[in-house]
Design a protein around this ligand. Sequence first.
Ligand code: BES
Ligand code: MN
Ligand code: ZN
Length: 498
Amino acid sequence: MEISCLKSEVSSVETEALVINLFEDVKVPGGATGAIDTVTGGKISRLINSGEISGKKNEITIIHTFGEFKFERIIICGLGKQDKFNYDTVRQIMAITMRQLRKIKVSRVATICHGSGIAGLDPKLCAVAITEGALLGTYQFSKYKSKSTTETIESLQVIENDDQKIQPIKDGINDGLILADSTIIARDLGNEPGNILPPRELADRTKGFSSSIGLDCTILDKSQIQQLGMGGILGVSAGSHEEPRLIVMEHLGNPNSTQKISLCGKGITFDTGGISLKPPLNMGAMKGDMAGAAAVIGAMIAIKKLNLPINVLGVVASAENMPGGGAMRPGDIITMMNGKHVEVDNTDAEGRLVLGDAIEYSKQQGCTSIIDVATLTGAAIVALGNDSAAVMGNNQELIDQLISTSKITGEQYWQLPIFDNYRTQLDSIYADMKNTGGQPAGSITAGKFIQEFVGDTPWIHLDIAGMARLASTKDYKVAGHTGFGVRSLVSLIASLSK
Ligand code: BES
Ligand code: MN
Ligand code: ZN
């Protein structure tokens, strides 16, 4: 889909479908919708008065003009109540509208810049949201469908007549393209099955993406991981025929600064649970246990393309967690890269083992703060469901900055406490600690485990277990992998670079 900005009066646009909007309970439309109402002799107000158009969120009304105007159809999107309206509403209505238009085989679409008129939002950020909504909402993972039948929309024009807003809208479209494309990379990686995407393939694809945009990317193989003494990654991959990989991406956007942020991603390409085997129900979803890695990879690509003036190291620890003759077993004691001895209480608590080594590696590379992202615990889903991810850490400023990105991205986080008392749940009779803390506060004790590798370095931990995948489509989050985390990581890094 080609997305562009067109300077024009809204009523003179030539297109197959002109997308305008209406807030709930508005009886006399204003702005662009008012202008279209006027030129059409009050068609829209008549439908409002008859009750056919209510402006309720996600309502779509199509008025056909059959040659009477240069726009063949008028699409009126309900925006819902004005006090609930935000950038994510824009993303959502664009997704729903574009899917509907695709279904009725419309291929050229024009839209007003929702949010930047009466609502008074920032035109650039509105254009970002429009672009993301259109691209993410029409995303399809169809490579394994022999016949894929759906049409595609060729072009989307964002119409604006105010000279002052043209450049911001163009910039917003540009950023939105980068953010949507990198989110789609993360979705594609998550949707790939475990047999197609073992650690070596995740590494090869990341290398491919990186070299196409000049992002520095180094892959460490099993022997290099052994040399570094990464007992966590080696322990987790011991039961698999697939070798582990450490994928390291580096963006040096501010060479004069000593600051370097590490983004660490959990890249378990399939999590059977290992010897502590998971039950069969929904185990297939564990092909997506590399969603944290996918978020880091997508974010690094976007950070490079946006050329953010900040130094960032992306570290993905990738392994396959399988039972097997060589697999680690409960009771085993492994030694991590930082020298800590861990009693493996449950081989299904593998994410924290690979992350511990990725974090120690980041510290040895000189990283001054650490952000880790992982589908780490089922307990995060029990606590927060599928509408917000868990965040915890040792630095309240970073936590607050992350949480505030949701105003722009729509990706929501909720903070969990990480009090020192929880650490006792990890106490081991035989080693420095166990890798599990029992049932209570499962997400927090997982965070406590990771904290052991972080030390005093400023750090936040994002548990995205409930956010990585959706069973059915919800606005721009198409069923399957969501690419959650890419946009909030980029937004956080962008704000840290200021
Ligand atoms: N990958 C899982 C967590 C998960 C569960 C992600 C459901 C997405 C959906 C993780 O490796 C895991 O198995 N965690 C265990 C930890 C337990 C053994 C302490 C869990 O949550 O049950
Ligand atoms: Mn597991
Ligand atoms: Zn896992």
